[in-house]
Design a protein around this ligand. Structure first.
Ligand SMILES: Nc1nc2c(c(=O)[nH]1)N[C@H]1C(S)=C(S)[C@@H](COP(=O)(O)OP(=O)(O)OC[C@H]3O[C@@H](n4cnc5c(=O)[nH]c(N)nc54)[C@H](O)[C@@H]3O)O[C@H]1N2
Ligand SMILES: Nc1nc2c(c(=O)[nH]1)N[C@H]1C(S)=C(S)[C@@H](COP(=O)(O)OP(=O)(O)OC[C@H]3O[C@@H](n4cnc5c(=O)[nH]c(N)nc54)[C@H](O)[C@@H]3O)O[C@H]1N2
Ligand SMILES: [Mo]
Length: 794
């Protein structure tokens, strides 16, 4: 494919008829592998993915069984590996050719495709270009800025979830020794609500299941998650569950293909006979943000059946022994359940009572239930309350802490969970700070720091003046893009520690640095030899990751080495000898073992194939809550899903919009322009709308519209030229891709108790786009797709 074709391919929109996986996945892996410009080396790398002695897949945080198998990656893991392991380079000559203003005109896709960042660069305002800078000079520039601040809390230290445990541990140690807890991180944009809700309800902010539990569950509920694209390795346990007769029950407004059918691309017989298998047994399609009401409705049925059983003196549905021994707050919760009117439940879910009853029955009929969820649950105003409602549902039947049952927030970034474990947390516990103080000779800051939203506000008002990003793409991953870009540009210094060029490098403070780092696939050589790093998956399994490929340039440094460099320049050899530590990462692991619970004998345990389990008290039915019990939470349903700041405008939104991922992207990294399972090719500026809504609003399918979000603060938030695609989605519920939609999410629209931007609930109105040529000429099939609401089974 020529470069021109790659970035402007022909557009097409046609419903996808196949299963998830299958030949399409295989073709796509091959395409991305050959397109990496490093095919021979990369096939070796791919075969080392998730293997003992190999590297941890830089894709998602789904875990792996410890079993030995030849191939342990999926289509999207292969894309992540090939993307990182490219031969293309973004070096000094690249930056000499392109000014920053010119680069800003390019798409996110084009920017990252240019290759790996290979040398440290400093932004030169006068010429609007990045120019090379030496590492030591870069470190002293950062140290100078940090030391000139009046207060350490005037700097923001962002972390994205790919950073290894070793990098994250050093980073938090440095920042705390410097004097701040300002740790905005991608978790704030992602599973924060899960951590907050579970921490309060069951005493630990992590999932309670292991990989093996999926083999023993009678039912698996999957809420607000699209594993076919985002956790493809999860499809296998789902369809195996269906095959052995377990129920897989989905709550999702969209019919996601991976949650319907899957053909395993690594099983030859299946591929040749073209057989695919179901991945779910029931599919319910609530409105956006309607899950709390849906679960409340299910509990209303369970409570009704329980009372009926009690009246007949039959065994009921509730696990009374578990409830009595392990929980508190049931009565207050059940009172609230009784008081919740059906009308409110039906309005908020958009589902009929018969459907809610069916979902309740599926839950009640299973002895062992796992409940999984992801961004469809966590990126709402009421996410914490919703996750606590899900926890209530689990507690009623003792579905936590027994084999085949439990809560499973499926994490995003491959080490986002580990980063939190290492102390990347703007609200650290006092116990953790005490341990740090005891072990190292410094006074740890006690004041809570900034999360992502607070960091943006602080930079907007000038309260924060330095931004350092350990990975990620802060400019594009966060909400309210126009204001966030302004916030970064307000800074005196912005520093990005990155593998690839992205818009955050082009949203510069008065001074800006790019510090190129090694990725998961690269061999990391330090004074004592090649180093491994460690990561933790969604199941609290910790394992080592060994880079396999020769780095593109000797000027790239590892994340731990870069952090150590900044720390040493800022603090000198205090409270540790930073340079000595990074000579051998086992020295960092010794510190982790000494200060983080669960890591005793870290180095020895790492040798086990598959890694080691960190443990989770709740899964042993030990509740680290103030009362020592798991808590039923009694939250009233929100009066209305629409927030007050929108209601006060007195305008009815045309639609509610969710922002989601296409099949060809990893967060803000765009691998290609195809969203295979949704039938879209060659475009990302699209909005999926129910065909009847398109008609109701007076538009034609394929027409271009501007999308304007509603929020009563006098700021107009608009994106323009979005193609209307008729799509099978519940009436009033639209979808479009992230990050293109981020300019629409107001900074102030975030979750209660989580501060996560409400990326899955954006109230919008549409306007005809005025200055574009013809809209898209739609394939006739796409017009005939009828909206079909929930179905009990498929
Ligand atoms: N290939 C690939 N893998 C990834 C990523 C990637 O971008 N690409 N990102 C990684 C990261 S960081 C994360 S956090 C995860 C994200 O994994 P997901 O959470 O699966 O990601 P999204 O694309 O945001 O999908 C959200 C799903 O929730 C549904 N949904 C939206 N709102 C609601 C709602 O209100 N209720 C219900 N019931 N459903 C709803 C949507 O229809 C969609 O199917 O994936 C990780 N893995
Ligand atoms: N509207 C909307 N917004 C969202 C979401 C949504 O669903 N909707 N999802 C949110 C979620 S769940 C998340 S997790 C965030 C993601 O937010 P981030 O984690 O900030 O974003 P990414 O796109 O994953 O970051 C990609 C960049 O990371 C760098 N990178 C890649 N690998 C490495 C590495 O190994 N080391 C270092 N140092 N850098 C590396 C590359 O330069 C690449 O350009 O976005 C959030 N934003
Ligand atoms: Mo995420």
């Amino acid at each position: 494919m020529s470069r021109h074709d790659r970035f402007k391919p022909a557009t097409r929109y046609r419903p996808y008829a196949g299963a998830a996986g299958g030949w399409g996945a295989l073709r796509s892996v091959t395409g991305h592998w050959l397109g990496s410009d490093n095919a021979l080396k990369n096939i070796r790398a791919l075969l080392k993915t998730n293997q003992h002695g190999g590297f941890d897949c830089p894709g998602c945080a789904w875990g792996e069984s410890a079993e030995i198998g030849p191939i342990k990656f999926c289509e999207n893991g292969a894309k992540a590996v090939n993307w990182e392991a490219t031969k293309r380079r973004v070096d000094a000559s690249f930056f000499a050719r392109h000014s920053v203003s010119q680069l800003r005109e390019q798409s996110d896709y084009w920017l990252e495709y240019q290759g790996r960042l290979t040398e440290p660069m400093r932004y030169d305002h006068a010429n609007d270009r990045y120019r090379p800078i030496g590492w030591d000079e870069a470190f002293s520039l950062i140290a100078g800025h940090l030391k000139r601040l009046d207060d350490p809390n005037q700097a923001e230290f962002y972390t994205s979830g790919r950073a290894s445990n070793e990098a994250a541990y050093l980073y938090q140690l440095f920042v705390r020794a410097f004097g701040s807890n300002n740790f905005p991180d991608c978790s704030n944009l992602c599973h924060e609500a899960s951590g907050v809700a579970l921490g309060q309800s069951i005493g630990v902010g992590k999932g309670t299941v292991s990989f093996e539990d999926f083999e023993h569950a009678d039912a698996i509920f999957v809420l607000g998650q699209n594993p076919g694209t985002n956790h493809p390795r999860m499809l296998e346990p789902l369809r195996e569950a269906v095959q052995r007769g377990a129920r897989v029950v989905v709550f999702n407004p969209l019919k996601e293909r991976g949650l319907e059918r899957f053909q395993h691309p690594q099983k030859a017989l299946e591929m040749l006979s073209n057989r695919d298998r179901a991945t779910s047994t029931a599919y319910f399609r609530p409105n956006l943000g309607g899950d709390m009401a849906l679960v409340r409705g299910m509990v209303k049925y369970l409570w009704q059946w329980e009372r009926e059983a009690q009246a007949k003196q039959q065994p009921g549905l509730f696990d009374h022994a578990f409830i009595a021994q392990h929980t508190q707050g049931l009565d207050a919760y059940l009172e609230l359940v009784e008081a919740t009117p059906w009308e409110q439940i039906e309005t908020q879910t958009g589902l009929a009572r018969s459907e809610i009853e069916q979902a309740a029955r599926l839950y009640a009929e299973a002895e062992r239930v796992i409940i999984c969820w992801a961004m469809g649950i966590t990126q709402h105003q009421h996410s914490v309350a919703t996750i606590q409602e899900i926890t209530n549902l689990a507690l009623l039947r003792g579905n936590i802490g027994k084999p085949g049952a439990g809560l499973c927030p499926v994490r995003g970034h491959s080490n986002v969970q580990g980063d939190r474990t290492m102390g990347i947390n703007e609200r650290p516990t006092q116990a953790f700070l005490n341990t740090l103080e005891k072990h190292f000779d410094f006074v740890a800051p006690r004041q809570p720091g900034h999360n992502a939203v607070a960091a943006i506000s602080a930079m907007l008002t000038g309260q924060a003046r330095v931004f350092i990003g350990l990975g990620g793409n802060f400019a594009q991953a966060t909400p309210d893009t126009v204001r966030t870009h302004q916030a970064l540009q307000n800074c005196e210094l912005t520093v990005q520690i990155s593998t690839k060029l992205n818009r955050s490098h082009l949203t510069c403070g008065r001074e800006a640095l790019i510090l190129p780092c090694l990725g998961r696939t690269d061999i990391d050589r330090q004074a004592c030899g090649p180093q491994a790093v460690t990561v933790e998956d969604s199941f609290s399994m910790v394992h080592a990751s060994h880079g396999q490929l020769e780095p593109l340039s000797p000027l790239m440094r590892s994340e731990p080495a870069i952090i150590a460099g900044i720390a040493a320049a800022t603090l000198g050899p205090q409270p540790v000898d930073w340079a000595w530590l990074v000579e051998d990462y086992a020295r960092i692991r010794q510190l982790i073992a000494a200060t983080i619970p669960g890591f005793a004998d870290f180095e020895t345990k790492l040798q086990r194939s598959g890694g080691f389990y960190l443990g989770n008290a709740a899964s042993r039915r030990q509740w680290n809550t103030p009362e020592g019990k798991a808590a039923f939470s009694a939250h009233a349903l929100p009066d209305e899903l629409l927030p007050q700041q929108i209601r006060s405008l007195g305008v009815t939104p045309d639609l509610i919009l969710q922002s989601l991922r296409s099949h060809d992207q990893y967060n803000t990294t765009i691998y290609g322009l195809e969203d295979r399972y949704r039938g879209v090719k060659g475009m990302r500026e699209v909005i999926f709308v129910n065909p009847q809504d398109i008609q109701r609003l007076g538009y034609e399918p394929g027409q271009k519209v501007d999308v304007i979000s509603l929020w009563n603060d006098g700021i107009e938030r608009r994106i323009t030229g979005m193609t209307l695609l008729p799509y099978d989605t519940p009436s009033g519920q639209a979808a479009a891709y992230y990050p293109e939609t981020n300019p629409l999410v107001p900074l102030e629209s975030h979750g209660e108790g989580s501060h996560t931007p409400t990326s899955k609930f954006i109230a919008i109105r549409l306007e005809r786009t005025t200055d574009v040529g013809d809209g898209l000429n739609l394939h006739p099939l796409s017009r005939t797709r009828e909206h079909n609401h929930s179905e009990g089974s498929i």
